[in-house]
Design a protein around this ligand. Structure first.
Ligand SMILES: *Cc1c(COP(=O)(O)O)cnc(C)c1O
Length: 393
């Protein structure tokens, strides 16, 4: 090995010494309420499979049927020969579901952010970004070359102040926020952010990755939740959380979507979503369109689990969504808690610095419509047992 690479080994050692090295567990079962993880059957409190669609029979069958007809790969980027009628159908149906003018799909939600932000603002321009926005928004902002102004988390007054100070120095301005913040489960005050963005003539973009299929009527997302139809310029979404598949979507203003088909680099230079992914997303969408049953069950499960957890004395922070942070404080305690849960048969991840601030380490429980009442009761029982053992409650 050349000495040019020795720093990597040193850095990996540092991560291990600081307890920050990712040790990735391996699943040998489908996603569902229960998983086989490293050979052990455990209750799944980790995944973003909010509606249980990742292994839904209708979704699996749709992918199989599409592969019979179209094969697997798109074989090209969208603009050359990679756009199939399935892609167009998915985009039309997603736009109709969300009640917007148009939609465009990408290979992932991460890519959707990298695609959209640099297509809308450049070096001369300015972006106002919530300080807790997702990494893919941060990277999209950096790629654009625009000036980035971070405003205080979910604080429309601070956003207003920042726009007042900076807006006039730049031809274009973009305000961007997560819809649901994935570590705390709180929701951006999008109605107030909209008013501020409009007042200062800025483009408004929301990344609704954890709100898609969760918030709003039948899972139509954060714009529906606040009844802001026609007011938010662009909604970024992911097809890899509640939709249970993989992919990204940008929905909203028709002119912006048309522009992205001309200018978005991951659209122009990276191949389309695969056939089974596209067909599976269409099937997930059909399930969402046909009934609100899964979304309703997700919220019933969420209310039940959070109420019971609070009753036994856990601190769930400021979550108002199925994302349930169990606040523990120091990172080693959170890690010990997660390990004890796993030994008892519950798979729930500890999250510490730098993903969340120091002293705010937690276990993050993800509730799903796939959970049965008895699964949640079992989870509660084990959380209570471990909580008492480790003197948290
Ligand atoms: C998960 C997430 C993404 C990434 O979505 P993928 O489809 O997994 O790439 C982007 N933004 C936010 C806010 C997310 O939570």
């Amino acid at each position: 090995m050349t000495s040019a690479l020795t720093w990597i080994g040193d850095e990996i050692q540092n991560l291990k010494a600081a307890g920050l090295y990712n040790r990735i567990r391996t699943l040998s079962s489908p996603q569902g309420a229960w998983l086989v993880v490293d050979g052990k059957k455990v209750l799944n409190f980790c995944s973003n499979n909010y509606l249980g669609l990742a292994n839904h029979p209708k979704v699996v069958q749709a992918a199989q049927a599409a592969m019979e007809k179209y094969g697997v790969g798109p074989a090209a980027v969208r603009t050359i020969a990679g756009t199939m009628d399935l892609h167009i159908e998915l985009e039309k149906r997603l736009a109709a579901f969300k009640g917007v003018e148009a939609a465009i799909t990408f290979q992932s939600g991460f890519n959707a952010n990298l695609a959209t932000i640099p297509a809308l603002v450049g070096k001369e321009d300015v972006i106002f970004s919530d300080e807790l926005n997702h990494a893919s928004i941060i990277d999209g902002c950096r790629l654009s070359g625009a000036k980035i102004v971070r405003y205080n988390h979910c604080d429309p007054q601070d956003l207003d102040k920042a726009l007042f100070e900076e807006r006039r120095n730049h031809p274009r301005a973009l305000v961007v926020t997560d819809g649901v913040f994935s570590m705390d489960g709180d929701i951006a005050p999008l109605d107030q952010i909209y008013e501020v963005a409009r007042k200062h003539d800025a483009i408004l973009m929301v990344d609704d990755a954890h709100g898609e299929g969760v918030l709003g009527k039948g899972g139509r997302g954060i714009v529906d939740h606040y009844d802001l139809h026609g007011k938010v310029d662009i909604e970024v979404g992911t097809l890899s959380k509640a939709f249970g598949v993989v992919g990204g979507v940008v929905a909203g203003n028709g002119l912006i979507v048309e522009w992205l088909r001309q200018r978005a680099r991951p659209f122009l230079f990276s191949s389309a979503m695969t056939v089974p992914d596209t067909a599976a997303c269409l099937a997930s969408l059909e399930i969402l369109e046909s009934s609100t049953e899964l979304v309703d069950r997700l919220w019933e499960n969420t209310r039940f689990f959070k109420d019971e957890m609070r009753k036994v004395g856990f601190d769930l922070g400021k979550s108002v969504t199925p994302i349930t942070p169990v606040m523990l404080g120091e990172a080693p305690l959170a890690q010990e808690f997660s390990k004890a849960l796993f030994e008892e048969g519950v798979f729930a991840m500890a999250i510490g610095f730098p993903t969340v601030p120091r002293g705010k380490a937690r276990i993050r429980v993800m509730i799903s419509a796939a959970h049965q009442q008895e699964d949640l009761e079992r989870g509660l029982e084990i959380f209570t047992k471990v909580g008492k053992k480790l003197s948290v409650i």
